[in-house]
Design a protein around this ligand. Structure first.
Ligand SMILES: C[S@@+](CC[C@H](N)C(=O)[O-])C[C@H]1O[C@@H](n2cnc3c(N)ncnc32)[C@H](O)[C@@H]1O
Length: 351
C-alpha cells in the first residue's frame, strides 16, 4: 500500500482552559517543536515538530497525553480569498494514501463565520474518496480519517487537510468532541462525563456487577450504571432524584464517603467518585476504598483542578494514587469542566 508522506506539521486540540498545559505536553514530547495558538480557533494549536506526526502519535498511543485531546496531520493547505469555498480537490498524494480496504470518514471542523456547514464539506470530499478509491464510508467508527479544519480569516478562508489512521488521532471524534444524544430522562449533565469515560477508558461493566458511586447525588452516574446493568450503592448525604427512588437495584447510603468507609463496606467491581472536594483528599479516600475493589475491578474519579496551582494538585493527586493503583490513566475529557477524569486499576490486566 502506498502511504501518504509523513508530515511534521499538524494540528492539536485541547480545552481552551487547558491549552497552556497541552502546549507543555507537546514541548515535553518534542522540545524543538514550534507551537502556535490559532487565535481564530480557540483550543486549536498549529505545530511544526522536529519529530514526525507518526512518531509522536505512536508514542501517545502508548502513553496518551492528559490535556491534548486530539491531533491530526496537515498534508494539504489552502488559503482562499473571499468567503466561498469553491471546489476542494484532494491531491493525488492524499487519494493514493487512502487504503481502499479500510473504512474511512471525513471529519470537518469549522471556526468563525462561514456560509457552509461541515456536512457539506464531508459529503463533497467523501464522494471524491469513494470514486477514486472505493474505500467504504463509516462515519461512526472509521479506520482512517480525513481531517479538515477550516478557519474564517479577516480576508479569506484557510483550509487544513490531513489523512491519518483513526488510532493516531487520540480520539475517533472530530477534535475529540464526543457528543451524546440527550436522553429525556437525564438526571444530570454529569451523565455525559461518565458515558465518555466508559468509552475512552473502556471501563469494564459486566452485567450484574456491583458498583459503588461516591458523591452520587442527584444520581446521574447512578442512572448510567443502572443502564449498564450494575447494582449500585450510591453514597451521598444529599438526596437522589425522585425518579430513582423505586429502583431496587439502587441502595442509597445517606452518609459521607468517610463515614461509609468506616462502616465496613463490601466488595465492588467498580468504584466511582465524582465528589466535589480537594483532589488530594479525594485520592486519599480512593486509596482507603482500594481493599474493597475486586482485583479485576476498576475505579473512575473526577479530579477538580483549581485555577491556580492546578499542575501541582494534579501531580500530588497522581502520586497519592500511584502508591496503591499500579495503573492510573488521566484524560481531560470533552465533558469535563475545569477537571480531568482518572481511571484506576488495582492490577495490570494481561491483554
Ligand atoms: C458533582 S456532584 C455529583 C454528581 C453525580 N455524579 C451525578 O451524576 O449526578 C458532587 C456530589 O458530591 C457530594 N459530596 C461532597 N463531599 C462528599 C463526601 N465527603 N461524601 C459523599 N459525598 C460528597 C455532594 O453532596 C454532591 O452531591
Amino acid at each position: 500500500m502506498k502511504t501518504v508522506a509523513d508530515t511534521h506539521t499538524w494540528l492539536g486540540t485541547a480545552d481552551p482552559e487547558f491549552l497552556d498545559l497541552a502546549i507543555a505536553e507537546v514541548e515535553a514530547a518534542d522540545p524543538e517543536a514550534a507551537v502556535q495558538r490559532l487565535v481564530e480557533a480557540p483550543g486549536l494549536l498549529w505545530v511544526c515538530s522536529q519529530r514526525s506526526f507518526a512518531a509522536l502519535a505512536q508514542d501517545w498511543q502508548v502513553v496518551p497525553p492528559i490535556f491534548l485531546r486530539h491531533i491530526c496531520p496537515i498534508h494539504q493547505e489552502w488559503l482562499l480569498s473571499g468567503g466561498s469555498l469553491g471546489k476542494l480537490s484532494l491531491s493525488p498524494d492524499i487519494l493514493g494514501g487512502i487504503d481502499p480496504g479500510l473504512s474511512f470518514s471525513v471529519q470537518t471542523r469549522l471556526f468563525g463565520e462561514l456560509n457552509f456547514k461541515p456536512f457539506q464539506v464531508n459529503q463533497a470530499l467523501a464522494e471524491q474518496v469513494i470514486s477514486a478509491t472505493g474505500a467504504p464510508l463509516e462515519v461512526k467508527d472509521p479506520q482512517q480519517i480525513l481531517s479538515v479544519v477550516i478557519l474564517a480569516l479577516a480576508d479569506g478562508i484557510r483550509v487544513y487537510l490531513g489523512l491519518s489512521r483513526a488510532l493516531q488521532n487520540l480520539s475517533n471524534w472530530a477534535g475529540g468532541i464526543h457528543r451524546f444524544r440527550r436522553d429525556p430522562g437525564q438526571i444530570s449533565r454529569a451523565e455525559f462525563k461518565l458515558l465518555e469515560a466508559i468509552q475512552v477508558f473502556q471501563v469494564p461493566l459486566q452485567p450484574g456487577g456491583r458498583a459503588l458511586d461516591l458523591g452520587a447525588a442527584p444520581g446521574g452516574w447512578t442512572q448510567v450504571l443502572r443502564q449498564h446493568g450494575q447494582e449500585v450503592t450510591a453514597v451521598d448525604p444529599a438526596e437522589l432524584d425522585g425518579r430513582l427512588a423505586q429502583d431496587p437495584g439502587i441502595h442509597h447510603r445517606r452518609l459521607s464517603a468517610q463515614a461509609y468507609l468506616a462502616s465496613r463496606p463490601g466488595q465492588f467491581h467498580l468504584i466511582l467518585n465524582d465528589m466535589r472536594m480537594d483532589g488530594r483528599d479525594s485520592a486519599r479516600l480512593m486509596t482507603g476504598f482500594a481493599p474493597h475493589l475486586e482485583p479485576a475491578g476498576a475505579g473512575v474519579m473526577t479530579l477538580k483542578l483549581p485555577g491556580h496551582r492546578r499542575l501541582q494538585v494534579l501531580q500530588q493527586t497522581l502520586s497519592i494514587l500511584q502508591g496503591t493503583f499500579p495503573v492510573v490513566k488521566a484524560r481531560q475529557l470533552f465533558h469535563n469542566r475545569s477537571e480531568v477524569t482518572l481511571y484506576l486499576q488495582p492490577l495490570q490486566k494481561a491483554d
